[in-house]
Design a protein around this ligand. Sequence first.
Ligand code: C5P
Length: 240
Amino acid sequence: RERIARAADAKKSPIVLALDLPTSKRNLPAFAAKTIRAVGQHICAVKMNFHLILPLSASEISRINKLVHSYGLQSIADIKLNDIENTNEVAIDHLTRMGFDAVIANPFIGKGGLAALVQKAHKAGAGVIALVYMSHPGAKEGFGLEVGGRGLYSEFLERATGAGADGIVVGATQLDILRQVAKQQLPVYSPGIGAQGGDAEQAIRSGADYLIIGRSIVEAAQPAKVAKEIQSRILLSVRK
Ligand code: C5P
Protein backbone atom coordinates (compact mmCIF):
# COMPACT_ATOMS: atom_id res chain seq x y z
CA ARG A 1 0.00 0.00 0.00
CA GLU A 2 2.78 2.45 0.90
CA ARG A 3 4.94 1.42 -2.05
CA ILE A 4 2.26 2.20 -4.61
CA ALA A 5 1.43 5.49 -2.89
CA ARG A 6 5.12 6.45 -3.14
CA ALA A 7 5.25 5.43 -6.82
CA ALA A 8 2.11 7.47 -7.57
CA ASP A 9 3.64 10.50 -5.80
CA ALA A 10 6.94 10.15 -7.60
CA LYS A 11 5.33 9.76 -11.03
CA LYS A 12 2.53 12.23 -10.29
CA SER A 13 0.17 9.65 -11.72
CA PRO A 14 -2.58 7.40 -10.31
CA ILE A 15 -2.67 5.31 -13.49
CA VAL A 16 -2.27 1.55 -13.16
CA LEU A 17 -1.60 0.23 -16.64
CA ALA A 18 -3.57 -2.96 -17.38
CA LEU A 19 -1.03 -4.64 -19.63
CA ASP A 20 -3.71 -6.61 -21.47
CA LEU A 21 -2.09 -7.45 -24.77
CA PRO A 22 -4.27 -8.91 -27.52
CA THR A 23 -3.69 -12.58 -28.42
CA SER A 24 -2.90 -11.43 -31.97
CA LYS A 25 0.39 -9.87 -30.80
CA ARG A 26 3.29 -12.08 -31.75
CA ASN A 27 6.21 -11.46 -29.44
CA LEU A 28 4.32 -10.76 -26.19
CA PRO A 29 7.37 -10.19 -23.91
CA ALA A 30 8.91 -7.75 -26.40
CA PHE A 31 5.61 -5.90 -26.86
CA ALA A 32 5.08 -5.77 -23.10
CA ALA A 33 8.57 -4.31 -22.61
CA LYS A 34 8.03 -1.77 -25.41
CA THR A 35 4.75 -0.64 -23.83
CA ILE A 36 6.28 -0.28 -20.35
CA ARG A 37 9.19 1.74 -21.75
CA ALA A 38 6.76 3.97 -23.66
CA VAL A 39 4.39 4.78 -20.80
CA GLY A 40 6.57 4.19 -17.71
CA GLN A 41 6.78 7.92 -16.90
CA HIS A 42 3.02 8.38 -16.89
CA ILE A 43 1.89 5.52 -14.65
CA CYS A 44 2.53 4.27 -11.11
CA ALA A 45 1.97 0.54 -11.59
CA VAL A 46 1.42 -2.24 -14.08
CA LYS A 47 -1.32 -4.82 -13.68
CA MET A 48 -1.00 -8.18 -15.43
CA ASN A 49 -3.97 -10.40 -16.13
CA PHE A 50 -4.42 -13.72 -17.93
CA HIS A 51 -3.37 -12.00 -21.17
CA LEU A 52 0.24 -12.43 -20.04
CA ILE A 53 0.10 -14.75 -17.03
CA LEU A 54 -1.35 -17.62 -19.10
CA PRO A 55 0.86 -17.55 -22.20
CA LEU A 56 4.19 -16.48 -20.68
CA SER A 57 6.58 -18.52 -18.59
CA ALA A 58 7.42 -17.64 -14.99
CA SER A 59 10.85 -16.38 -16.03
CA GLU A 60 9.37 -14.21 -18.79
CA ILE A 61 6.96 -12.68 -16.26
CA SER A 62 9.85 -12.17 -13.80
CA ARG A 63 11.79 -10.29 -16.47
CA ILE A 64 8.79 -8.03 -17.14
CA ASN A 65 8.46 -7.40 -13.41
CA LYS A 66 12.17 -6.47 -13.21
CA LEU A 67 11.63 -3.95 -15.98
CA VAL A 68 8.53 -2.60 -14.18
CA HIS A 69 10.58 -2.14 -11.01
CA SER A 70 13.46 -0.52 -12.87
CA TYR A 71 11.00 2.25 -13.82
CA GLY A 72 10.06 2.75 -10.16
CA LEU A 73 6.67 1.12 -10.74
CA GLN A 74 4.73 -1.50 -8.78
CA SER A 75 3.36 -4.71 -10.26
CA ILE A 76 -0.06 -6.20 -9.57
CA ALA A 77 -1.23 -9.73 -10.47
CA ASP A 78 -4.89 -9.74 -11.43
CA ILE A 79 -6.11 -13.32 -11.34
CA LYS A 80 -8.92 -12.50 -8.89
CA LEU A 81 -7.85 -15.23 -6.46
CA ASN A 82 -10.90 -17.12 -5.30
CA ASP A 83 -10.00 -20.61 -4.12
CA ILE A 84 -9.39 -22.72 -1.04
CA GLU A 85 -6.73 -21.54 1.41
CA ASN A 86 -4.04 -23.97 0.27
CA THR A 87 -4.45 -23.10 -3.42
CA ASN A 88 -4.45 -19.36 -2.72
CA GLU A 89 -1.25 -19.73 -0.69
CA VAL A 90 0.49 -21.65 -3.47
CA ALA A 91 -0.62 -18.98 -5.97
CA ILE A 92 0.81 -16.25 -3.74
CA ASP A 93 4.11 -18.14 -3.44
CA HIS A 94 4.43 -18.38 -7.22
CA LEU A 95 3.29 -14.82 -7.90
CA THR A 96 5.63 -13.24 -5.34
CA ARG A 97 8.54 -15.31 -6.66
CA MET A 98 7.74 -13.85 -10.08
CA GLY A 99 8.14 -10.39 -8.56
CA PHE A 100 4.54 -9.24 -8.14
CA ASP A 101 4.02 -6.65 -5.39
CA ALA A 102 0.31 -7.27 -4.95
CA VAL A 103 -2.47 -9.64 -5.93
CA ILE A 104 -6.17 -9.08 -6.52
CA ALA A 105 -8.45 -11.41 -4.55
CA ASN A 106 -12.18 -12.08 -4.50
CA PRO A 107 -13.79 -11.71 -1.01
CA PHE A 108 -16.34 -14.30 -2.14
CA ILE A 109 -14.02 -16.87 -0.52
CA GLY A 110 -15.22 -15.66 2.89
CA LYS A 111 -13.79 -13.72 5.83
CA GLY A 112 -11.44 -16.47 7.00
CA GLY A 113 -10.15 -17.28 3.54
CA LEU A 114 -9.49 -13.64 2.74
CA ALA A 115 -7.76 -13.02 6.09
CA ALA A 116 -5.50 -16.05 5.56
CA LEU A 117 -4.66 -14.86 2.05
CA VAL A 118 -3.79 -11.37 3.31
CA GLN A 119 -1.60 -12.80 6.07
CA LYS A 120 0.24 -15.02 3.63
CA ALA A 121 0.76 -12.18 1.14
CA HIS A 122 1.94 -9.75 3.83
CA LYS A 123 4.44 -12.31 5.11
CA ALA A 124 5.80 -12.54 1.58
CA GLY A 125 6.03 -8.72 1.39
CA ALA A 126 3.08 -8.35 -0.99
CA GLY A 127 -0.23 -6.53 -0.77
CA VAL A 128 -3.79 -7.70 -1.42
CA ILE A 129 -6.41 -5.72 -3.28
CA ALA A 130 -9.96 -6.99 -2.79
CA LEU A 131 -12.55 -7.03 -5.56
CA VAL A 132 -15.58 -5.17 -4.22
CA TYR A 133 -17.57 -4.29 -7.34
CA MET A 134 -16.67 -5.10 -10.94
CA SER A 135 -16.98 -2.77 -13.88
CA HIS A 136 -18.93 -4.80 -16.46
CA PRO A 137 -22.73 -4.58 -16.98
CA GLY A 138 -23.38 -7.97 -15.30
CA ALA A 139 -21.59 -6.91 -12.10
CA LYS A 140 -24.88 -6.10 -10.39
CA GLU A 141 -26.00 -9.73 -10.80
CA GLY A 142 -23.20 -10.76 -8.44
CA PHE A 143 -21.64 -7.90 -6.50
CA GLY A 144 -24.95 -6.02 -6.38
CA LEU A 145 -27.04 -8.95 -5.10
CA GLU A 146 -29.16 -8.10 -2.06
CA VAL A 147 -28.03 -10.15 0.89
CA GLY A 148 -29.55 -9.46 4.31
CA GLY A 149 -31.02 -6.15 3.11
CA ARG A 150 -27.81 -4.77 1.56
CA GLY A 151 -25.67 -5.22 -1.53
CA LEU A 152 -23.13 -8.04 -1.41
CA TYR A 153 -20.45 -5.45 -2.22
CA SER A 154 -20.91 -3.78 1.17
CA GLU A 155 -20.26 -7.15 2.87
CA PHE A 156 -17.17 -7.53 0.63
CA LEU A 157 -15.99 -4.08 1.69
CA GLU A 158 -16.31 -5.09 5.35
CA ARG A 159 -14.43 -8.32 4.68
CA ALA A 160 -11.64 -6.39 2.94
CA THR A 161 -11.31 -3.97 5.85
CA GLY A 162 -11.56 -6.74 8.46
CA ALA A 163 -8.93 -8.86 6.70
CA GLY A 164 -6.47 -5.95 6.53
CA ALA A 165 -6.44 -5.74 2.74
CA ASP A 166 -4.40 -2.95 1.14
CA GLY A 167 -7.01 -1.67 -1.26
CA ILE A 168 -10.25 -2.45 -3.05
CA VAL A 169 -11.40 -2.56 -6.67
CA VAL A 170 -14.61 -0.77 -7.66
CA GLY A 171 -15.44 -0.16 -11.33
CA ALA A 172 -15.37 3.38 -12.70
CA THR A 173 -18.70 2.54 -14.34
CA GLN A 174 -20.28 2.36 -10.85
CA LEU A 175 -20.05 5.96 -9.70
CA ASP A 176 -22.67 5.67 -6.95
CA ILE A 177 -20.84 2.69 -5.44
CA LEU A 178 -17.52 4.54 -5.78
CA ARG A 179 -18.95 7.46 -3.83
CA GLN A 180 -20.17 5.12 -1.10
CA VAL A 181 -16.87 3.25 -0.67
CA ALA A 182 -14.80 6.45 -0.89
CA LYS A 183 -15.93 7.26 2.65
CA GLN A 184 -13.83 4.46 4.10
CA GLN A 185 -10.08 4.23 4.54
CA LEU A 186 -8.92 1.71 1.93
CA PRO A 187 -7.42 3.01 -1.33
CA VAL A 188 -9.80 2.46 -4.25
CA TYR A 189 -8.58 1.06 -7.58
CA SER A 190 -10.99 1.75 -10.41
CA PRO A 191 -11.03 -0.07 -13.77
CA GLY A 192 -13.47 0.44 -16.62
CA ILE A 193 -12.15 3.76 -17.99
CA GLY A 194 -12.46 4.30 -21.74
CA ALA A 195 -13.11 0.93 -23.38
CA GLN A 196 -15.83 0.04 -20.83
CA GLY A 197 -17.34 3.54 -20.85
CA GLY A 198 -16.03 5.01 -17.58
CA ASP A 199 -14.43 8.46 -17.39
CA ALA A 200 -11.11 9.13 -15.63
CA GLU A 201 -11.96 12.51 -14.10
CA GLN A 202 -15.42 11.43 -12.96
CA ALA A 203 -13.93 8.36 -11.30
CA ILE A 204 -11.35 10.44 -9.43
CA ARG A 205 -13.99 12.98 -8.40
CA SER A 206 -16.20 10.13 -7.17
CA GLY A 207 -13.46 8.78 -4.92
CA ALA A 208 -11.10 6.57 -6.94
CA ASP A 209 -7.47 6.77 -5.79
CA TYR A 210 -6.00 4.79 -8.68
CA LEU A 211 -7.29 4.26 -12.23
CA ILE A 212 -6.75 0.89 -13.88
CA ILE A 213 -6.59 1.51 -17.62
CA GLY A 214 -5.94 -1.09 -20.31
CA ARG A 215 -7.09 -1.08 -23.89
CA SER A 216 -7.43 2.69 -24.33
CA ILE A 217 -3.69 3.00 -23.68
CA VAL A 218 -2.29 -0.38 -24.74
CA GLU A 219 -4.12 -0.51 -28.07
CA ALA A 220 -3.65 3.16 -28.96
CA ALA A 221 -1.45 4.10 -31.91
CA GLN A 222 0.58 6.22 -29.47
CA PRO A 223 0.21 4.75 -25.96
CA ALA A 224 2.50 7.35 -24.33
CA LYS A 225 0.47 10.22 -25.77
CA VAL A 226 -2.81 8.79 -24.44
CA ALA A 227 -1.33 7.98 -21.01
CA LYS A 228 0.18 11.47 -20.75
CA GLU A 229 -3.13 13.10 -21.75
CA ILE A 230 -5.07 11.18 -19.09
CA GLN A 231 -2.37 11.93 -16.50
CA SER A 232 -2.48 15.67 -17.27
CA ARG A 233 -6.29 15.78 -17.27
CA ILE A 234 -6.40 14.12 -13.85
CA LEU A 235 -3.71 16.41 -12.43
CA LEU A 236 -5.65 19.43 -13.68
CA SER A 237 -9.01 18.22 -12.37
CA VAL A 238 -7.49 17.45 -8.95
CA ARG A 239 -5.98 20.95 -8.79
CA LYS A 240 -9.35 22.59 -9.61
O1 C5P B 1 -9.12 -2.47 -21.24
P1 C5P B 1 -9.74 -2.02 -19.95
O2 C5P B 1 -9.28 -0.64 -19.54
O3 C5P B 1 -11.22 -2.18 -19.93
O4 C5P B 1 -9.09 -3.05 -18.86
C1 C5P B 1 -9.55 -3.15 -17.55
C2 C5P B 1 -8.75 -4.21 -16.81
O5 C5P B 1 -9.17 -4.26 -15.46
C3 C5P B 1 -8.89 -5.63 -17.33
O6 C5P B 1 -7.67 -6.32 -17.08
C4 C5P B 1 -10.00 -6.23 -16.50
O7 C5P B 1 -9.90 -7.63 -16.41
C5 C5P B 1 -9.70 -5.56 -15.16
N1 C5P B 1 -10.83 -5.43 -14.24
C6 C5P B 1 -12.01 -4.80 -14.59
N2 C5P B 1 -13.02 -4.68 -13.67
C7 C5P B 1 -12.85 -5.15 -12.42
C8 C5P B 1 -11.65 -5.75 -12.05
C9 C5P B 1 -10.65 -5.87 -12.99
O8 C5P B 1 -12.17 -4.33 -15.72
N3 C5P B 1 -13.76 -4.95 -11.50
